[in-house]
Write a protein that binds this ligand. Structure first.
Ligand SMILES: [Cu+2]
Length: 175
């Protein structure tokens, strides 16, 4: 009798504690002021393992892992580097004939909140066109990413030999 009553009391206390925890959690995310909401995207994004495929001239691509540590999605709208006259944000998709082709991604790279977004061969990448100089293995290439809110993130990518990432560029013909 005493034992079961004690057990019942514990159960009630446990239930009460759960309720208290739930109540305490609710008001925790205080209404963010507008200044807190406009925290620059660059403050919550990091780039790691960045690399560029070796190339003598023409086109190549940059890869790496973008981590969004923030609570909101962040959009990358552009990338620049002194290594290329022009750079674009590309995705790789299957065309009507089943071949994998790359093309500029509409709207940029959307980096999901609290997630990694991987740029990799045969996937999303930063396309470098009209290289300004040959890129040799071991070279370091500075980049700047631009986010939709106008903030920017600088990172350095190391040049590596890689045999893949030879997808055709949409519009470049069949050669
Ligand atoms: Cu590309």
């Amino acid at each position: 009798m005493i034992l079961s009553r004690t057990f019942a009391s514990i159960a009630i206390i446990a239930a009460a504690m759960t309720t208290v925890t739930a109540c305490a959690a609710t008001p925790a995310p205080a209404p963010a002021t507008s200044t807190e909401q406009v925290k620059p995207a660059a403050d919550v994004i990091t780039m790691s393992d960045a690399w560029v495929k070796t190339a003598d001239k023409g086109m190549t691509a940059a890869f790496g892992t973008l981590t969004n540590a923030g609570d909101a999605d962040v959009t990358v709208v552009g990338a620049t580097t002194a290594a290329a006259t022009m750079s674009e944000l590309h995705e790789t998709v299957e065309d009507a004939s089943g071949a994998m082709v790359m093309r500029p991604i509409e709207g940029g790279f959307v980096l999901p909140a609290r997630s990694d977004f991987v740029l990799k061969p045969a996937g999303n990448h930063i396309m470098l066109m009209e290289l300004t100089a040959p890129l040799h293995a071991g070279d370091e290439v500075p980049f700047t990413l631009e986010f939709a809110d106008g903030s920017t993130l600088a990172f350095t990518a190391v040049v590596k030999d890689y045999s893949g990432a030879n997808e055709n560029y949409v519009g470049s013909g069949d050669e």
